[in-house]
Design a protein around this ligand. Structure first.
Ligand code: ATP
Length: 589
């Protein structure tokens, strides 16, 4: 495919905020694309060269891209930098500069998506002395063959500011519309994606072999499986009633979720399916030594422990490990333990469709426990009192509560269902649980906070509409350092107007691309005419809002914006509150 054609599509996608329009643009593009190239086209729409789990980064900073632009236009780097800070986007500057420049060279071979991809692949892989020069040379070469529009998108792509606002589910819909029809086929496509986390591979198989071929997707070592998630309930009694019969009750550890793939080596994937192998060399070693199979996939939670007592420490301490360059140091300061809770593949066999009780048995058989690794403690019972007792024990040992699992359930990749239910300590407080919400806007502060962001507009994710719905404004719980840090991080995502995937009636001073997820706690959920979450569901022209929200101090870097608390969950929490009120009313009347 000619890169010119692809750049035109990117221009169209950038120009729309409507999901249906995006789907139709993508559908048309996918139909036109050679099946051999479609994987690359999909990754590039996502703003990357390969799926996240491979951890390949192009590694071109804005400065280097500006230098390449300067090389081919002859315009000073400083002037380019000045124009960029005025317009706010180096891509647009490239477009303008190339429009002014007379194209003198005529190329016999037009630039293609394949060639751009393979050149940038070289850029991503080059390392060692002279790497920067090589990157500069390749990028300058590509730019010299580009039209103004191609240059705009090439630059945005390499410096990571493509930001088309196309969600994974929109791409799935685009693929469905291009290659199949019907709800069942759409489900097949989504299932293949959930078990591979790789939209490019799904697209390629679909385009080359047809929708039926997607049935062969299964858990494959090396490709992360999208995480199964838990629903929430408030009491042990409710859980037992919901599941019926015996349940498996496990510690809910307060750490970082990890999916471990072991074949020749060991790879670790986060809840967001990023490759985090390098952050945890100690866990890699443990997996190598204590997982008794040759090939397989297990899941668990990495927990920080006290170096002196071995007791569990809070999740925040683990986040230091995320700072790549300090791994060696933090390994000593924040030692970890691995608690495993699931096995998804064993020696080439996909276990996701095997009932949980058998998976747990296989997990126990395949782990050699020691001080660094354990299978998460559990009890199997149908007695709510026993669940309560176990939960108190879990909390006294530093856990958040328990996760209760249906022993007969399969592993439903990417799904949040009632075959896993979490029961937490906070559920006993007024509002059940903390919420993880996305920052979509900021308000300037007053007094001491004048000129700085003093409060933020938060949104919940609507997974049906693929939109972020405003639900609260939060200004408490932040330390001065927090506010400073937040401002710095968020300024990278500043945009002129409200993002196309954000719904809000509230006007803010500054809008952001939905990217940063924070944890908040609130006293309750109430009706509100101001916010758009659950709009019109309980009352006309009225949505739901948080009352007295407070930042807990925790940034959820382990969550993508689409992993934040959903509007559906907030609606359920409100419904639960209503039924509690009506139950209490019945008791007192
Ligand atoms: P929370 O915000 O409550 O931590 P979450 O939104 O991150 O939850 P949920 O699906 O709601 O994710 O809860 C499941 C999470 O709990 C898992 O992602 C995992 O990280 C963690 N966890 C801890 N212990 C267990 C366990 N025994 N089984 C499954 N998940 C567990």
């Amino acid at each position: 495919m000619e890169f010119k054609e692809f750049a035109n599509v990117l221009e169209k996608l950038s120009g729309t905020t409507k999901r249906l329009e995006m789907i139709s643009i993508l559908s048309e593009l996918f139909q036109k694309t050679d099946p051999e190239t479609i994987d690359k086209v999909v990754y590039m729409i996502q703003g990357k060269l390969y799926p996240d789990y491979l951890g390949v980064e192009i590694g071109i900073a804005e400065k280097l891209a500006a230098k390449a632009l300067s090389n081919i236009t002859g315009i000073d780097v400083e002037e380019i930098a000045q124009q960029t800070s005025k317009i706010g986007d180096l891509g647009s500057v490239a477009e303008q500069l190339l429009q002014k420049k007379k194209q003198i060279t005529l190329f016999s071979e037009p630039l293609t998506v394949e060639r751009v991809h393979s050149s940038l692949d070289k850029v991503a892989k080059v390392s060692g002395p002279g790497a920067q020069e090589t990157k500069l040379r390749i990028l300058s070469g590509l730019l010299s063959e580009s039209s103004p529009l191609e240059a705009k998108y090439l630059i945005r792509f390499v410096i990571g500011t493509l930001r088309l606002g196309v969600a994974d589910y929109t791409i799935l819909d685009g693929l469905a519309s291009a290659f199949t029809g019907g709800k069942e086929n759409r489900e097949l496509i989504e299932k293949a994606y959930n078990s591979s986390s790789d939209l490019g591979i799904v697209a390629k198989v679909l385009a080359k072999e047809g929708v039926e071929a997607l049935r062969k997707f299964s858990a494959t070592t090396g490709r992360p499986i999208r995480s199964m998630l838990a629903e929430r309930l408030t009491t042990a009694q409710e859980v037992v009633e919901k599941m019926g019969g015996e349940v498996s009750v496990e510690y809910k550890l307060d750490g970082e979720r990890v999916q471990i793939h072991k074949k020749d080596g060991v790879s670790l994937f986060s809840r967001r399916l990023e490759n985090i192998t390098h952050h945890f060399p100690d866990i890699v070693k443990t997996a190598q030594n204590n997982l008794l199979f040759k090939e397989g996939i297990v899941e668990g939670e990495i927990v920080a422990v006290d170096p002196n007592t071995g007791e569990m420490r809070p999740f925040q301490e683990l986040m230091h490990r995320r700072r790549k360059y300090e791994v060696e140091k933090t390994m000593e300061e924040v030692p970890t333990m691995l608690y495993l809770f699931d096995i998804l593949a064993l020696n080439g066999k996909d276990l996701t469709q095997t009932p949980y009780k058998q998976r747990r048995r296989l997990l126990i058989e395949n782990v050699e426990e020691d001080a660094s690794i354990k299978v998460v403690p559990n009890v199997t019972t149908s007695n709510p009192e026993e669940i309560e007792k176990f939960m108190n024990q879990a909390i006294s040992e530093g856990c958040e509560g328990v996760v209760i699992k249906d022993p007969n359930s399969v592993y439903r990749a990417g799904a949040r269902e009632f075959s896993w239910i979490k029961l937490k300590r906070e559920y006993r407080s007024e509002l059940a649980d903390t919420l993880d919400l996305v920052i979509v806007g900021a308000f300037y502060g007053k007094g001491k906070r004048t000129g700085k962001y003093g409060a933020y507009l938060l949104a919940a994710y609507d997974d049906e509409k693929d939109m972020f719905e405003s639900v609260s404004k939060v200004g408490t719980g932040f330390t001065d350092e927090d506010l400073e840090k937040f401002q710095k991080i968020l300024n990278q995502y500043k945009i002129k107007d409200k993002h196309s995937r954000v719904n809000s009636n509230v006007k803010v001073d500054v809008w952001f691309i939905p990217q940063i997820v924070i944890e908040v706690i609130a006293s309750e959920i109430t009706l509100s005419p101001i916010y758009t979450a659950g709009y019109g569901i309980f009352k006309k022209d009225t949505g739901l809002a948080l009352r007295f929200p407070k930042f807990t101090g925790r940034i959820r870097d382990d969550k993508a914006p689409e992993d934040s608390t959903t509007v559906r969950e907030i609606i359920e929490l409100y419904q639960r509150k209503l039924s509690k009120i009506s139950r209490e009313g019945e008791q007192t009347s």
